[in-house]
Write a protein that binds this ligand. Structure first.
Ligand code: NAD
Length: 477
Protein backbone atom coordinates (compact mmCIF):
# COMPACT_ATOMS: atom_id res chain seq x y z
CA UNK A 1 0.00 0.00 0.00
CA UNK A 2 1.19 3.49 -0.85
CA UNK A 3 -0.37 6.34 1.08
CA UNK A 4 0.18 9.92 -0.03
CA UNK A 5 -1.04 13.13 1.60
CA UNK A 6 -3.20 15.62 -0.27
CA UNK A 7 -0.27 17.85 -1.15
CA UNK A 8 3.49 18.18 -1.31
CA UNK A 9 4.42 21.71 -0.33
CA UNK A 10 7.91 23.18 0.06
CA UNK A 11 9.50 19.76 0.39
CA UNK A 12 6.94 18.08 2.68
CA UNK A 13 3.81 15.97 2.24
CA UNK A 14 0.93 17.69 4.04
CA UNK A 15 -2.83 17.30 4.42
CA UNK A 16 -5.05 19.75 6.24
CA UNK A 17 -7.33 18.14 8.83
CA UNK A 18 -10.31 18.45 6.47
CA UNK A 19 -8.74 16.71 3.45
CA UNK A 20 -10.81 13.79 2.16
CA UNK A 21 -9.20 10.56 0.94
CA UNK A 22 -9.53 8.61 -2.31
CA UNK A 23 -8.52 5.03 -3.03
CA UNK A 24 -6.31 4.11 -5.95
CA UNK A 25 -7.32 0.70 -7.28
CA UNK A 26 -5.64 -1.78 -9.60
CA UNK A 27 -7.34 -1.93 -13.02
CA UNK A 28 -6.22 -5.58 -13.17
CA UNK A 29 -7.44 -6.96 -9.84
CA UNK A 30 -9.70 -4.22 -8.46
CA UNK A 31 -7.67 -4.27 -5.23
CA UNK A 32 -6.82 -1.06 -3.42
CA UNK A 33 -3.18 -0.13 -4.06
CA UNK A 34 -3.06 3.00 -1.95
CA UNK A 35 -4.90 6.01 -0.65
CA UNK A 36 -4.33 9.63 -1.51
CA UNK A 37 -5.62 12.79 0.14
CA UNK A 38 -7.74 15.18 -1.92
CA UNK A 39 -6.42 18.72 -1.87
CA UNK A 40 -8.92 21.45 -1.07
CA UNK A 41 -8.47 25.18 -1.22
CA UNK A 42 -6.13 25.26 1.82
CA UNK A 43 -3.69 22.86 0.20
CA UNK A 44 -3.90 24.58 -3.19
CA UNK A 45 -3.29 27.98 -1.54
CA UNK A 46 -0.28 26.61 0.34
CA UNK A 47 1.21 24.91 -2.75
CA UNK A 48 0.84 28.04 -4.88
CA UNK A 49 2.31 30.18 -2.08
CA UNK A 50 5.31 27.85 -1.80
CA UNK A 51 5.87 28.03 -5.56
CA UNK A 52 5.60 31.84 -5.42
CA UNK A 53 8.03 31.95 -2.50
CA UNK A 54 10.65 29.91 -4.37
CA UNK A 55 10.25 31.76 -7.68
CA UNK A 56 12.62 34.65 -7.09
CA UNK A 57 15.65 32.64 -6.08
CA UNK A 58 15.06 29.80 -8.60
CA UNK A 59 14.54 32.30 -11.41
CA UNK A 60 17.89 33.88 -10.55
CA UNK A 61 19.93 30.66 -10.64
CA UNK A 62 22.12 30.31 -13.70
CA UNK A 63 20.88 28.29 -16.69
CA UNK A 64 23.88 26.00 -16.11
CA UNK A 65 22.71 25.29 -12.54
CA UNK A 66 19.13 24.69 -13.65
CA UNK A 67 20.32 22.34 -16.40
CA UNK A 68 22.48 20.45 -13.89
CA UNK A 69 19.48 20.07 -11.56
CA UNK A 70 17.39 18.60 -14.41
CA UNK A 71 20.23 16.19 -15.19
CA UNK A 72 20.31 15.06 -11.55
CA UNK A 73 16.53 14.55 -11.64
CA UNK A 74 16.89 12.40 -14.78
CA UNK A 75 19.56 10.34 -12.99
CA UNK A 76 17.42 9.95 -9.86
CA UNK A 77 14.46 8.67 -11.91
CA UNK A 78 16.68 6.34 -13.94
CA UNK A 79 18.11 4.87 -10.73
CA UNK A 80 14.56 3.95 -9.65
CA UNK A 81 13.26 2.86 -13.03
CA UNK A 82 12.22 -0.66 -11.96
CA UNK A 83 10.26 0.62 -8.97
CA UNK A 84 8.56 3.30 -11.10
CA UNK A 85 7.78 0.85 -13.89
CA UNK A 86 6.27 -1.59 -11.35
CA UNK A 87 4.08 1.20 -9.96
CA UNK A 88 2.91 2.22 -13.45
CA UNK A 89 2.05 -1.40 -14.21
CA UNK A 90 0.12 -1.67 -10.95
CA UNK A 91 -1.87 1.55 -11.08
CA UNK A 92 -2.25 2.08 -14.85
CA UNK A 93 -2.10 -1.50 -16.12
CA UNK A 94 0.75 -0.67 -18.53
CA UNK A 95 2.33 -3.95 -19.67
CA UNK A 96 5.56 -4.42 -17.69
CA UNK A 97 7.31 -5.22 -20.98
CA UNK A 98 6.53 -1.61 -22.03
CA UNK A 99 6.45 0.41 -18.82
CA UNK A 100 10.21 0.79 -18.20
CA UNK A 101 10.65 2.51 -21.54
CA UNK A 102 7.19 4.03 -22.02
CA UNK A 103 6.67 5.34 -18.52
CA UNK A 104 10.18 6.00 -17.14
CA UNK A 105 12.97 6.12 -19.75
CA UNK A 106 10.92 8.58 -21.79
CA UNK A 107 10.51 10.86 -18.75
CA UNK A 108 14.23 10.70 -17.91
CA UNK A 109 15.06 11.23 -21.61
CA UNK A 110 13.12 14.49 -21.77
CA UNK A 111 14.71 15.79 -18.55
CA UNK A 112 18.18 14.80 -19.77
CA UNK A 113 17.56 16.66 -23.03
CA UNK A 114 16.76 19.80 -21.01
CA UNK A 115 19.94 19.29 -18.98
CA UNK A 116 21.80 19.75 -22.26
CA UNK A 117 19.58 22.45 -23.82
CA UNK A 118 19.23 24.79 -20.82
CA UNK A 119 22.83 26.02 -20.36
CA UNK A 120 23.02 27.11 -24.01
CA UNK A 121 19.54 28.63 -24.29
CA UNK A 122 19.61 32.34 -25.27
CA UNK A 123 17.93 33.74 -22.12
CA UNK A 124 19.43 37.09 -23.07
CA UNK A 125 20.44 38.32 -26.52
CA UNK A 126 21.00 41.68 -28.16
CA UNK A 127 20.38 43.19 -31.55
CA UNK A 128 20.71 46.61 -33.14
CA UNK A 129 17.73 48.90 -32.53
CA UNK A 130 15.97 50.76 -35.37
CA UNK A 131 17.30 54.04 -33.96
CA UNK A 132 20.93 52.99 -34.07
CA UNK A 133 21.21 51.88 -30.46
CA UNK A 134 20.77 48.35 -29.19
CA UNK A 135 17.99 46.15 -27.87
CA UNK A 136 18.52 43.57 -25.20
CA UNK A 137 15.91 40.80 -25.46
CA UNK A 138 15.49 39.00 -22.15
CA UNK A 139 13.61 35.75 -21.64
CA UNK A 140 12.12 35.88 -18.14
CA UNK A 141 10.30 33.04 -16.36
CA UNK A 142 6.53 33.38 -16.76
CA UNK A 143 6.16 32.64 -13.04
CA UNK A 144 4.19 30.00 -11.15
CA UNK A 145 2.99 27.17 -13.40
CA UNK A 146 -0.07 25.01 -12.68
CA UNK A 147 0.78 21.73 -14.43
CA UNK A 148 -2.14 19.35 -14.93
CA UNK A 149 -1.31 15.80 -15.91
CA UNK A 150 -3.39 12.87 -17.26
CA UNK A 151 -3.19 9.28 -15.99
CA UNK A 152 -1.93 7.45 -19.08
CA UNK A 153 1.77 8.42 -19.10
CA UNK A 154 1.95 10.58 -15.98
CA UNK A 155 5.71 10.78 -15.36
CA UNK A 156 6.51 11.41 -18.99
CA UNK A 157 3.94 14.22 -19.21
CA UNK A 158 5.17 15.66 -15.91
CA UNK A 159 8.71 15.64 -17.38
CA UNK A 160 7.50 17.44 -20.53
CA UNK A 161 6.27 20.21 -18.22
CA UNK A 162 8.99 20.20 -15.52
CA UNK A 163 11.80 20.18 -18.10
CA UNK A 164 10.97 23.41 -19.93
CA UNK A 165 9.33 25.12 -16.92
CA UNK A 166 12.31 24.61 -14.59
CA UNK A 167 14.72 25.40 -17.45
CA UNK A 168 12.97 28.75 -17.90
CA UNK A 169 13.24 29.51 -14.16
CA UNK A 170 9.57 28.91 -13.34
CA UNK A 171 8.29 27.11 -10.26
CA UNK A 172 5.55 24.49 -10.51
CA UNK A 173 2.48 23.05 -8.83
CA UNK A 174 1.75 19.64 -10.34
CA UNK A 175 -1.70 18.05 -10.29
CA UNK A 176 -1.66 14.33 -11.13
CA UNK A 177 -4.80 12.51 -12.29
CA UNK A 178 -6.75 10.65 -9.59
CA UNK A 179 -6.36 7.31 -11.43
CA UNK A 180 -2.54 7.39 -11.35
CA UNK A 181 -1.05 9.50 -8.55
CA UNK A 182 1.18 6.90 -6.86
CA UNK A 183 4.30 7.29 -9.02
CA UNK A 184 4.42 10.93 -7.96
CA UNK A 185 5.46 9.84 -4.46
CA UNK A 186 8.68 8.53 -6.01
CA UNK A 187 8.98 11.58 -8.29
CA UNK A 188 8.95 13.90 -5.26
CA UNK A 189 11.65 11.76 -3.59
CA UNK A 190 13.68 12.02 -6.80
CA UNK A 191 13.27 15.80 -6.72
CA UNK A 192 14.68 15.81 -3.19
CA UNK A 193 17.54 13.49 -4.23
CA UNK A 194 18.29 15.88 -7.11
CA UNK A 195 18.62 18.71 -4.54
CA UNK A 196 16.04 20.85 -6.33
CA UNK A 197 15.24 23.50 -3.72
CA UNK A 198 12.07 23.20 -1.64
CA UNK A 199 9.12 25.02 -3.17
CA UNK A 200 10.36 24.77 -6.77
CA UNK A 201 8.16 21.72 -7.41
CA UNK A 202 4.97 21.27 -5.38
CA UNK A 203 1.98 19.01 -5.90
CA UNK A 204 -1.73 18.85 -5.16
CA UNK A 205 -3.67 15.58 -5.43
CA UNK A 206 -7.30 15.30 -6.47
CA UNK A 207 -9.65 15.30 -9.42
CA UNK A 208 -11.44 17.93 -11.48
CA UNK A 209 -12.38 20.10 -8.49
CA UNK A 210 -8.75 20.38 -7.33
CA UNK A 211 -7.70 21.00 -10.94
CA UNK A 212 -10.18 23.85 -11.21
CA UNK A 213 -8.95 25.40 -7.96
CA UNK A 214 -5.43 25.33 -9.34
CA UNK A 215 -6.23 26.69 -12.82
CA UNK A 216 -8.38 29.48 -11.36
CA UNK A 217 -6.00 30.38 -8.52
CA UNK A 218 -4.94 34.04 -8.69
CA UNK A 219 -1.36 33.09 -7.83
CA UNK A 220 -0.91 30.93 -10.94
CA UNK A 221 0.67 32.70 -13.93
CA UNK A 222 0.46 29.92 -16.50
CA UNK A 223 -1.49 26.69 -16.86
CA UNK A 224 0.10 23.83 -18.74
CA UNK A 225 -2.57 21.20 -19.33
CA UNK A 226 -2.36 17.74 -20.87
CA UNK A 227 -5.53 15.69 -21.17
CA UNK A 228 -8.71 15.39 -23.16
CA UNK A 229 -9.82 17.98 -25.70
CA UNK A 230 -13.10 18.53 -23.81
CA UNK A 231 -11.37 19.43 -20.53
CA UNK A 232 -8.67 21.38 -22.38
CA UNK A 233 -11.34 23.56 -24.00
CA UNK A 234 -12.83 24.34 -20.57
CA UNK A 235 -9.46 25.20 -19.07
CA UNK A 236 -8.47 27.34 -22.06
CA UNK A 237 -11.77 29.25 -21.76
CA UNK A 238 -11.22 29.80 -18.04
CA UNK A 239 -7.63 30.98 -18.65
CA UNK A 240 -8.82 33.16 -21.52
CA UNK A 241 -11.28 34.96 -19.27
CA UNK A 242 -8.39 35.76 -16.90
CA UNK A 243 -5.84 36.53 -19.66
CA UNK A 244 -3.79 33.77 -18.06
CA UNK A 245 -1.13 32.03 -20.16
CA UNK A 246 -2.23 28.54 -21.08
CA UNK A 247 -0.93 25.69 -23.22
CA UNK A 248 -2.84 22.54 -24.05
CA UNK A 249 -1.67 19.09 -25.18
CA UNK A 250 -4.85 17.25 -26.08
CA UNK A 251 -6.25 14.21 -27.84
CA UNK A 252 -5.47 12.70 -31.21
CA UNK A 253 -6.76 10.48 -34.00
CA UNK A 254 -3.46 10.06 -35.74
CA UNK A 255 -2.97 8.44 -39.13
CA UNK A 256 -0.28 6.06 -40.32
CA UNK A 257 -0.03 6.12 -44.10
CA UNK A 258 1.22 2.91 -45.69
CA UNK A 259 2.58 3.70 -49.15
CA UNK A 260 2.13 1.04 -51.86
CA UNK A 261 5.81 0.01 -51.76
CA UNK A 262 5.98 -0.53 -47.98
CA UNK A 263 7.43 -3.77 -46.63
CA UNK A 264 4.64 -5.96 -45.24
CA UNK A 265 6.41 -7.49 -42.25
CA UNK A 266 8.22 -4.42 -40.92
CA UNK A 267 5.22 -2.16 -41.42
CA UNK A 268 2.77 -4.51 -39.72
CA UNK A 269 5.09 -5.02 -36.72
CA UNK A 270 5.58 -1.26 -36.37
CA UNK A 271 1.90 -0.44 -36.81
CA UNK A 272 0.73 -2.89 -34.17
CA UNK A 273 3.09 -1.42 -31.58
CA UNK A 274 2.12 2.10 -32.74
CA UNK A 275 -1.56 1.51 -32.01
CA UNK A 276 -1.48 -0.89 -29.10
CA UNK A 277 1.27 0.57 -26.86
CA UNK A 278 0.04 1.13 -23.29
CA UNK A 279 -3.10 -0.85 -24.19
CA UNK A 280 -3.97 1.71 -26.85
CA UNK A 281 -4.09 4.49 -24.26
CA UNK A 282 -1.60 6.89 -25.83
CA UNK A 283 -2.42 10.35 -27.16
CA UNK A 284 0.00 9.67 -30.01
CA UNK A 285 -1.40 6.24 -30.91
CA UNK A 286 -1.50 5.76 -34.68
CA UNK A 287 -5.11 4.67 -34.63
CA UNK A 288 -6.04 5.25 -38.27
CA UNK A 289 -4.08 2.98 -40.60
CA UNK A 290 -4.45 4.10 -44.22
CA UNK A 291 -3.84 1.25 -46.64
CA UNK A 292 -3.43 1.41 -50.46
CA UNK A 293 -6.37 -0.35 -52.10
CA UNK A 294 -3.90 -2.26 -54.30
CA UNK A 295 -2.53 -4.06 -51.20
CA UNK A 296 -5.51 -3.72 -48.87
CA UNK A 297 -6.38 -7.41 -48.37
CA UNK A 298 -2.76 -8.45 -47.93
CA UNK A 299 -2.23 -5.85 -45.17
CA UNK A 300 -5.60 -6.41 -43.48
CA UNK A 301 -4.93 -10.17 -43.28
CA UNK A 302 -1.46 -9.65 -41.81
CA UNK A 303 -2.67 -6.98 -39.37
CA UNK A 304 -5.62 -9.11 -38.25
CA UNK A 305 -3.30 -12.04 -37.52
CA UNK A 306 -0.80 -9.82 -35.68
CA UNK A 307 -3.50 -8.16 -33.54
CA UNK A 308 -5.19 -11.48 -32.75
CA UNK A 309 -1.80 -12.93 -31.72
CA UNK A 310 -1.22 -10.31 -29.01
CA UNK A 311 -1.16 -11.75 -25.52
CA UNK A 312 -3.82 -10.27 -23.26
CA UNK A 313 -3.47 -10.71 -19.51
CA UNK A 314 -1.81 -9.68 -16.29
CA UNK A 315 0.29 -6.64 -17.18
CA UNK A 316 2.90 -7.62 -14.57
CA UNK A 317 3.69 -10.76 -16.61
CA UNK A 318 6.50 -9.80 -18.98
CA UNK A 319 5.01 -11.85 -21.81
CA UNK A 320 1.80 -9.77 -21.78
CA UNK A 321 1.23 -7.36 -24.67
CA UNK A 322 -2.15 -5.96 -23.64
CA UNK A 323 -3.25 -5.22 -20.08
CA UNK A 324 -6.53 -3.79 -18.83
CA UNK A 325 -8.03 -0.40 -19.56
CA UNK A 326 -7.73 2.15 -16.78
CA UNK A 327 -11.23 1.75 -15.31
CA UNK A 328 -14.74 0.48 -15.91
CA UNK A 329 -15.88 3.68 -17.62
CA UNK A 330 -13.03 3.36 -20.11
CA UNK A 331 -14.01 -0.22 -20.96
CA UNK A 332 -17.65 0.77 -21.38
CA UNK A 333 -16.59 3.64 -23.63
CA UNK A 334 -14.44 1.40 -25.87
CA UNK A 335 -17.21 -1.20 -26.12
CA UNK A 336 -19.71 1.53 -26.98
CA UNK A 337 -17.49 2.77 -29.82
CA UNK A 338 -17.24 -0.78 -31.23
CA UNK A 339 -20.99 -1.34 -30.99
CA UNK A 340 -21.76 1.91 -32.83
CA UNK A 341 -19.06 1.13 -35.42
CA UNK A 342 -20.79 -2.16 -36.25
CA UNK A 343 -24.12 -0.33 -36.48
CA UNK A 344 -22.56 2.16 -38.92
CA UNK A 345 -21.40 -0.70 -41.16
CA UNK A 346 -17.78 -1.16 -40.04
CA UNK A 347 -16.37 -4.69 -39.80
CA UNK A 348 -14.64 -5.78 -36.60
CA UNK A 349 -12.11 -8.20 -38.10
CA UNK A 350 -10.85 -9.36 -34.71
CA UNK A 351 -11.13 -8.54 -31.01
CA UNK A 352 -13.35 -6.21 -29.01
CA UNK A 353 -14.35 -8.95 -26.60
CA UNK A 354 -14.44 -9.09 -22.83
CA UNK A 355 -12.28 -11.95 -21.52
CA UNK A 356 -13.46 -13.91 -18.46
CA UNK A 357 -12.24 -12.81 -15.04
CA UNK A 358 -11.54 -9.59 -13.21
CA UNK A 359 -9.95 -6.48 -14.69
CA UNK A 360 -11.12 -3.93 -17.26
CA UNK A 361 -9.94 -5.92 -20.27
CA UNK A 362 -11.03 -5.67 -23.89
CA UNK A 363 -9.25 -7.84 -26.45
CA UNK A 364 -7.34 -5.81 -29.06
CA UNK A 365 -9.47 -5.02 -32.07
CA UNK A 366 -8.95 -4.31 -35.75
CA UNK A 367 -11.84 -2.49 -37.43
CA UNK A 368 -12.34 -1.97 -41.18
CA UNK A 369 -14.06 1.37 -41.60
CA UNK A 370 -14.31 4.51 -43.67
CA UNK A 371 -13.10 7.89 -42.54
CA UNK A 372 -16.60 9.31 -42.09
CA UNK A 373 -17.51 6.82 -39.36
CA UNK A 374 -17.38 7.79 -35.67
CA UNK A 375 -14.72 5.16 -34.97
CA UNK A 376 -12.42 6.93 -37.45
CA UNK A 377 -13.15 10.42 -36.17
CA UNK A 378 -13.21 10.19 -32.37
CA UNK A 379 -10.45 9.24 -29.97
CA UNK A 380 -11.31 5.75 -28.65
CA UNK A 381 -8.37 5.55 -26.19
CA UNK A 382 -8.22 1.77 -26.12
CA UNK A 383 -6.71 -1.13 -28.10
CA UNK A 384 -8.60 -0.44 -31.33
CA UNK A 385 -6.92 -0.05 -34.72
CA UNK A 386 -9.01 1.31 -37.58
CA UNK A 387 -7.99 0.46 -41.15
CA UNK A 388 -9.15 2.62 -44.03
CA UNK A 389 -8.52 2.02 -47.75
CA UNK A 390 -7.32 4.78 -50.07
CA UNK A 391 -7.14 4.79 -53.87
CA UNK A 392 -3.53 4.64 -54.98
CA UNK A 393 -2.84 5.39 -58.57
CA UNK A 394 0.79 4.82 -59.43
CA UNK A 395 2.77 7.44 -57.54
CA UNK A 396 -0.33 9.42 -56.65
CA UNK A 397 -1.16 8.93 -52.97
CA UNK A 398 -2.93 12.25 -52.59
CA UNK A 399 -6.11 10.57 -51.36
CA UNK A 400 -4.17 9.15 -48.40
CA UNK A 401 -2.95 12.64 -47.50
CA UNK A 402 -6.49 14.02 -47.81
CA UNK A 403 -7.90 11.32 -45.53
CA UNK A 404 -5.09 11.73 -42.99
CA UNK A 405 -5.74 15.47 -42.81
CA UNK A 406 -9.51 15.04 -42.65
CA UNK A 407 -9.66 15.08 -38.85
CA UNK A 408 -10.35 17.68 -36.18
CA UNK A 409 -7.15 16.46 -34.52
CA UNK A 410 -3.55 16.99 -35.65
CA UNK A 411 -1.20 15.46 -33.10
CA UNK A 412 1.14 13.06 -34.92
CA UNK A 413 1.41 10.81 -37.95
CA UNK A 414 3.61 8.18 -39.59
CA UNK A 415 4.46 7.23 -43.16
CA UNK A 416 5.80 3.83 -44.22
CA UNK A 417 7.59 3.26 -47.52
CA UNK A 418 10.59 1.48 -49.03
CA UNK A 419 11.64 4.91 -50.29
CA UNK A 420 12.51 7.07 -47.27
CA UNK A 421 12.67 10.32 -49.29
CA UNK A 422 9.22 9.71 -50.70
CA UNK A 423 7.89 8.94 -47.23
CA UNK A 424 9.45 12.17 -45.89
CA UNK A 425 7.83 14.20 -48.66
CA UNK A 426 4.41 12.71 -47.82
CA UNK A 427 5.14 13.33 -44.10
CA UNK A 428 5.63 17.04 -44.83
CA UNK A 429 2.08 17.24 -46.23
CA UNK A 430 0.44 16.15 -42.96
CA UNK A 431 -1.12 18.82 -40.73
CA UNK A 432 0.24 17.41 -37.49
CA UNK A 433 2.87 18.29 -34.90
CA UNK A 434 5.28 15.44 -35.64
CA UNK A 435 5.57 12.60 -38.13
CA UNK A 436 7.65 9.42 -37.92
CA UNK A 437 9.11 7.94 -41.10
CA UNK A 438 9.18 4.14 -41.13
CA UNK A 439 8.83 3.96 -37.37
CA UNK A 440 6.47 4.80 -34.55
CA UNK A 441 8.95 7.20 -32.88
CA UNK A 442 6.70 10.24 -33.11
CA UNK A 443 8.55 12.03 -30.32
CA UNK A 444 12.18 13.04 -30.12
CA UNK A 445 13.33 13.92 -26.59
CA UNK A 446 15.05 17.13 -27.71
CA UNK A 447 12.40 18.32 -30.18
CA UNK A 448 9.03 20.07 -29.90
CA UNK A 449 5.96 17.95 -29.22
CA UNK A 450 2.35 19.11 -29.52
CA UNK A 451 -0.57 19.31 -31.85
CA UNK A 452 -2.20 21.21 -34.69
CA UNK A 453 -5.95 21.89 -34.66
CA UNK A 454 -7.89 20.44 -31.70
CA UNK A 455 -4.87 18.47 -30.50
CA UNK A 456 -3.83 21.56 -28.61
CA UNK A 457 -2.07 24.89 -28.55
CA UNK A 458 1.64 25.21 -27.83
CA UNK A 459 4.63 22.90 -27.72
CA UNK A 460 6.54 21.16 -24.99
CA UNK A 461 9.92 19.51 -25.54
CA UNK A 462 13.10 20.89 -27.08
CA UNK A 463 14.28 24.52 -27.04
CA UNK A 464 10.87 25.48 -28.47
CA UNK A 465 9.23 24.11 -25.31
CA UNK A 466 11.03 26.70 -23.19
CA UNK A 467 9.34 29.55 -25.04
CA UNK A 468 5.99 28.48 -23.56
CA UNK A 469 7.32 29.23 -20.08
CA UNK A 470 8.91 32.63 -20.65
CA UNK A 471 7.93 36.25 -21.11
CA UNK A 472 10.03 38.26 -23.55
CA UNK A 473 11.21 41.66 -22.39
CA UNK A 474 12.91 44.13 -24.75
CA UNK A 475 15.20 46.78 -23.21
CA UNK A 476 15.78 49.43 -25.86
CA UNK A 477 18.69 51.85 -25.51
P1 NAD B 1 -8.82 14.34 -18.65
O1 NAD B 1 -8.96 15.51 -19.54
O2 NAD B 1 -10.05 13.68 -18.16
O3 NAD B 1 -7.99 14.73 -17.34
C1 NAD B 1 -6.68 15.27 -17.41
C2 NAD B 1 -6.35 15.96 -16.10
O4 NAD B 1 -7.21 17.09 -15.94
C3 NAD B 1 -6.55 15.11 -14.86
O5 NAD B 1 -5.53 15.42 -13.94
C4 NAD B 1 -7.91 15.58 -14.35
O6 NAD B 1 -8.08 15.35 -12.96
C5 NAD B 1 -7.85 17.05 -14.67
N1 NAD B 1 -9.14 17.72 -14.82
C6 NAD B 1 -10.33 17.19 -15.21
N2 NAD B 1 -11.27 18.17 -15.27
C7 NAD B 1 -10.65 19.33 -14.94
C8 NAD B 1 -11.10 20.68 -14.82
N3 NAD B 1 -12.35 21.04 -15.10
N4 NAD B 1 -10.20 21.63 -14.46
C9 NAD B 1 -8.91 21.30 -14.21
N5 NAD B 1 -8.43 20.03 -14.28
C10 NAD B 1 -9.30 19.06 -14.64
O7 NAD B 1 -7.87 13.31 -19.42
P2 NAD B 1 -7.40 11.85 -18.98
O8 NAD B 1 -8.53 10.91 -19.12
O9 NAD B 1 -6.67 11.92 -17.67
O10 NAD B 1 -6.29 11.53 -20.09
C11 NAD B 1 -6.57 11.05 -21.35
C12 NAD B 1 -6.55 12.16 -22.38
O11 NAD B 1 -5.28 12.83 -22.33
C13 NAD B 1 -6.68 11.65 -23.79
O12 NAD B 1 -7.56 12.49 -24.50
C14 NAD B 1 -5.26 11.78 -24.36
O13 NAD B 1 -5.21 11.92 -25.76
C15 NAD B 1 -4.79 13.00 -23.66
N6 NAD B 1 -3.33 13.06 -23.65
C16 NAD B 1 -2.72 13.97 -24.48
C17 NAD B 1 -1.33 14.02 -24.54
C18 NAD B 1 -0.62 15.00 -25.43
O14 NAD B 1 0.55 15.25 -25.21
N7 NAD B 1 -1.28 15.58 -26.42
C19 NAD B 1 -0.58 13.14 -23.76
C20 NAD B 1 -1.23 12.22 -22.94
C21 NAD B 1 -2.62 12.19 -22.89
Amino acid sequence: MVDLAASYVAGKWVSSGSAEQMDVTSPTTGKVLGTVGIAGSDEVDAAVAAARGALRSWGRTSPADRGAALGRLADALTARKSELADLATAEIGSPRSWSTFGQVITAAGVLRAYATITPGHPFSSSRPSMTGGSVEVRQLPVGVVGAIVPWNTPLFIAALKLGPALAAGCTVVLKPAPDAPLGFGVLMEAIEEAAIPDGVVNLVNGGAATGEMLTEHPGVDKVSFTGSTAVGAKIAASCGSRIRRCSTELGGKSAAIVLPDASLTETVTGLVSGVMGNNGQLCAALTRILLPRSRYSEFVDALTTAVADLTVGDPADRSTDIGPLINEAARNRVEGFLQRARAEGATVATGGERPEGTGWFVTPALVEATNDMEIAREEVFGPVAVVIAYDDDGDDVSEAVTIANDSRYGLVGAVWSADEERAASVAAQLHVGSVAVNSTAVLDFASPFGGFKQSGIGREGGPEGITGFIEYQAIIR
